[in-house]
Design a protein around this ligand. Structure first.
Ligand code: ATP
Length: 139
């Protein structure tokens, strides 16, 4: 069964978008198999975004995810093509390019505050579920 890691980032939590985002996945027919509210540690955020460590925005991104002004909602969703379809439902990484009807296309404009995260491949889904939920066995 295919699984993906979807997160509502602190800006999405702060703006009250958690129920909308969960609702979209539920109504689509996906199954919620893991859910937690947490302020991630720096170590977790650094590892989650390890691929971006050389980018100029990396430090700001990790700080934003971990500063505790609002928590993150980490989720594991299960169902057919959920990795690819989850990304479609999120919309383009840069919200300025995200279409209407997607989460980012409906609710944001700034790439630095793009509300949500979704695994981009089977490999990253496995890595991220392990990181955020301590291994597949937990969910
Ligand atoms: P995500 O993993 O969040 O779904 P992504 O995999 O589509 O996004 P990446 O290029 O891996 O995109 O970027 C990860 C995150 O880094 C983005 O969601 C965004 O929050 C942040 N980010 C990317 N580019 C920028 C930028 N130019 N300025 C600020 N933040 C950025």
């Amino acid at each position: 069964k295919e699984r993906t890691f979807i997160a509502v980032k602190p800006d999405g939590v702060q703006r009250g978008l958690v129920s909308d985002i969960i609702g979209r996945f539920e109504k689509r027919g996906y199954k919620l198999v893991g859910l937690k509210l947490l302020v991630p540690s720096k170590a977790l955020a650094n590892e989650h975004y390890a691929d971006l460590s050389s980018k100029p925005f990396f430090k700001g991104l990790v700080d934003y995810m971990t500063n505790g002004k609002a928590p993150v909602v980490g989720m594991v969703w299960e169902g057919p093509s959920v990795i690819k379809q989850g990304r479609v439902m999120l919309g383009a990484t840069d919200p300025k390019a995200a279409g209407p009807g997607t989460i980012r296309g409906d609710y944001c404009l700034s790439i630095g505050r793009n509300i949500c995260h979704g695994s981009d491949s089977a490999e990253s889904a496995e890595k991220e579920i392990g990181l955020w939920f301590g291994g597949k066995g937990e969910v």
